[in-house]
Design a protein around this ligand. Structure first.
Ligand code: TXA
Ligand code: MG
Length: 321
C-alpha cells in the first residue's frame, strides 16, 4: 500500500519530486483526471506504470511538463500552429502530439516517432512538476490513474479504490480534491500541416480552429488513429451503460437536470450544464458500481464543445463487446 498525502505544501512537493527522481510512482491530481506519474526518463519507473495499470506496453504515455518552455526538450519539430495552441491553452486540458526528440524513449512513446506533451492546469500538478524540474527532472510520464479499460479517477479516493492493491509502499498518492474538468484532455496531433483531434476533450474543435485559423480534422474525417482510449471498449464501469433509453425501476440514471426521474429509478447525477455533466460523469459511474447497480441509463448531452467528449467516452463505456 502506498502513502497518501492531502496536505500538499512546498516541502511535501519537494519530497514527492524526490520520490519521482528515485524511481517511485506519484499519483497526482490534474484538472482533467488523476495521473499515475513516473520520471519520463527512467525506463524502469515507466515500466512500473504499465504493470500497475495492467496496460499493454505499446500504448504511448503523455509527458507532463511545468511550462511550454520545456516543449523543445521532448519534441524535435514544433509547427507554428502548435506554438499558438500551447500559448493559448496551456496550462490546460490539451495534449499535443509532436515529432519526438532523443529524450523521448521508446518506453514512453510505445515505439512511435511522436510524443504527447501536456502542461496541466492544477496547482498541485504544477507545484509537483516545478519541484521535479528543480531536482533535475525533465518530465513526468502519466496515464490516467485507473486500471486499464476502467473509468478514470477524478478524486483521490477513487484512485485508492482503483490502485491500492497495485502500488507499493514507496509510491505516493497526492490528494488535490475533485478534478474540475472531469474528462481527459483533448489530444491534438501536430505532425502534419493542420491539426488533427485524436481524442475530444474540453478544448473543442472550434476553439482550436479559432486559435490556429486552420481547418481541424477529427476521427469523423476517416483517419485511423492509435490511441489506447480509442479502443472500442474503454472508460467502462462494471455496470452496463445504456445510452438514450428510457430508464426502468432499479436502473441508475444520469441526465441533465431538466429530465425527471421516473419512479423507482436511481438518480446518480443531475448536472445543469454540459461542463457540470463532464465534472460529474465519472464519479457517478463509480458510485453506481459501489452501490451494486447493474445497469445505468445515460441521456447524453446533444451540444458541441465538451458534449462531444462526453458522447465519445459514453460510446466506449457502453460498448460491451
Ligand atoms: O487528461 C489527460 O490527458 C490525462 C491526465 C493524467 O493528463 N492523461 C491521460 O493519459 O488521459 P492516458 O494515457 O490515460 O491517455 C492518453 C492517451 C492514450 O490513449 C495514448 O494512446 C495517447 O494519449 N497518446 C499518448 N502519446 C501519444 C502519441 N505519441 N501519439 C498518439 N497518441 C498518444
Ligand atoms: Mg486513460
Amino acid at each position: 500500500m502506498s502513502q497518501f498525502l492531502s496536505n500538499c505544501t512546498a516541502d511535501a512537493m519537494a519530497s514527492a519530486a524526490k520520490r519521482l527522481i528515485a524511481g517511485d510512482l506519484v499519483v497526482f491530481p490534474t484538472e482533467t483526471v488523476y495521473g499515475l506519474g513516473a520520471d519520463a526518463c527512467n525506463a524502469k519507473a515507466v515500466a512500473r506504470i504499465y504493470s500497475v495499470k495492467g496496460r499493454p506496453n505499446d500504448h504511448p504515455l503523455i509527458a507532463h511538463i511545468a511550462s511550454m518552455d520545456r516543449m523543445g526538450d521532448w519534441a524535435s519539430e514544433v509547427p507554428e500552429y502548435a506554438i499558438a495552441l500551447a500559448r493559448n491553452f496551456w496550462p490546460g486540458p490539451m495534449t499535443l502530439v509532436l515529432k519526438r526528440s532523443e529524450l523521448a524513449g521508446d518506453f514512453v512513446t510505445g515505439g512511435q516517432d511522436t510524443v504527447g506533451v501536456r502542461v496541466p492546469d492544477h496547482a498541485v500538478a504544477l507545484a509537483l512538476l516545478e519541484a521535479f524540474e528543480r531536482a533535475g527532472g525533465k518530465g513526468v510520464a502519466a496515464p490516467s490513474a485507473n486500471r486499464f479499460g476502467h473509468v478514470s479517477p477524478t478524486t483521490a479516493a477513487a484512485v485508492v479504490e482503483e490502485l491500492a492493491g497495485y502500488l507499493s509502499k514507496d509510491d505516493l498518492v497526492l490528494d488535490g480534491g475533485r478534478c474540475n474538468v472531469g474528462v481527459e484532455s483533448t489530444i491534438i496531433d501536430c505532425t502534419s500541416d493542420s491539426p488533427k483531434v485524436l481524442r475530444p476533450g474540453a478544448i473543442s474543435i472550434s476553439m482550436i480552429e479559432t486559435c490556429t485559423e486552420l481547418k481541424v480534422m477529427s476521427e469523423n474525417d476517416g483517419f485511423k488513429i492509435r490511441v489506447s482510449g480509442s479502443l472500442e471498449k474503454h472508460y467502462s464501469p462494471k455496470a452496463k451503460v445504456l445510452i438514450d433509453e428510457s430508464p426502468k425501476p432499479g436502473q441508475g440514471y444520469i441526465a441533465l437536470a431538466n429530465f425527471e426521474t421516473p419512479k423507482g429509478v436511481i438518480r446518480l447525477a443531475s448536472p445543469t450544464s454540459d461542463e457540470e455533466f463532464a465534472y460529474m460523469l465519472y464519479s457517478a459511474l463509480r458510485e453506481a458500481d459501489i452501490m451494486g447497480i447493474s445497469e445505468i441509463v445515460v441521456i447524453q448531452p446533444v451540444g458541441k464543445g465538451i458534449a462531444v467528449a462526453i458522447r465519445d467516452r459514453l460510446k466506449r463505456a457502453a460498448n460491451s463487446s
